[in-house]
Ligand binder design. Structure first.
Ligand code: GTP
Ligand code: MG
Length: 193
């Protein structure tokens, strides 16, 4: 996938403040600090487009990026341990859940999981929620570069075992570029007219 144009088109910090629906969208979801923004930058080949950080929970809003004037990638706030479970659950409730439920142009959701951690209760809940909404999903196991060679197969087998055959799984690393082409194929498949 050749990225000829990538631009920030807007953000939403409260329900209803999203940029008007336009081209098809693919959302990037995952717990705080999992590497959502890094994945977006790696996909687009633009290092600083989505803000990344070492401080969990820095992305507090939905950020919309338009690619090649054809589709959008939406960087969601992280769920999980950010600023205390309560604060995060509130942040996820109306804003992100509303977006996932109601956005007419949302074509698919990429659930990003740290390869070394695997799927935990929050991921199961998110996948169930998306299945109930009938949203197409894929799971990305990221930070693959942090696994030792001997851990790679075990980790991927565990994902596959939990997900079954119906959910696409991509092994990814923002650091090495592993999985970039496979993830682009999914995004392009979802956003094709
Ligand atoms: P929030 O927006 O705060 O929820 O975080 P995020 O999910 O957007 O994560 P972000 O991209 O900011 O990355 C968090 C940390 O993980 C940073 O220190 C990144 O450098 C690191 N990181 C992200 N992707 C990778 C990867 O593929 N490999 C390694 N080794 N580190 C990564
Ligand atoms: Mg982020």
């Amino acid at each position: 996938m050749k990225v000829t144009g990538a631009r920030f088109v807007g953000a939403a910090a409260t329900p209803g403040s999203e940029p008007p629906a336009g081209p098809p969208e693919v959302a990037l979801a995952g717990r705080s600090n999992v590497g959502k923004s890094s994945l977006l930058n790696a996909l687009l080949g633009r290092r600083g487009l989505a803000r990344t950080s070492r401080t969990p929970g820095r992305t507090r809003q939905l950020n919309f990026f338009e690619v090649n004037e054809r589709f959008r990638l939406v960087d969601l706030p992280g769920y999980g341990f950010a600023v205390g479970p309560e604060a995060d659950r509130l942040a996820w409730g109306p804003l992100v859940e509303g977006y996932l439920r109601d956005r007419p142009t949302l074509r698919g959701v990429v659930v990003i999981v740290e390869a070394g951690r695997g799927l935990e209760a929050e991921e199961d809940q998110l996948l169930e929620y998306l299945a109930a909404l009938r949203r197409p999903v894929a799971v990305v196991a990221t930070k693959m570069d942090k696994l030792r060679q001997a851990e790679v197969r075990r980790a991927l087998d565990a994902f596959r075992h939990r997900l079954g055959d119906a959910v696409p799984l991509v092994a990814f690393s923002a650091r090495t570029g592993e999985g970039r082409d496979a993830l682009w194929r999914l995004v392009i498949g979802w956003t094709r007219a």
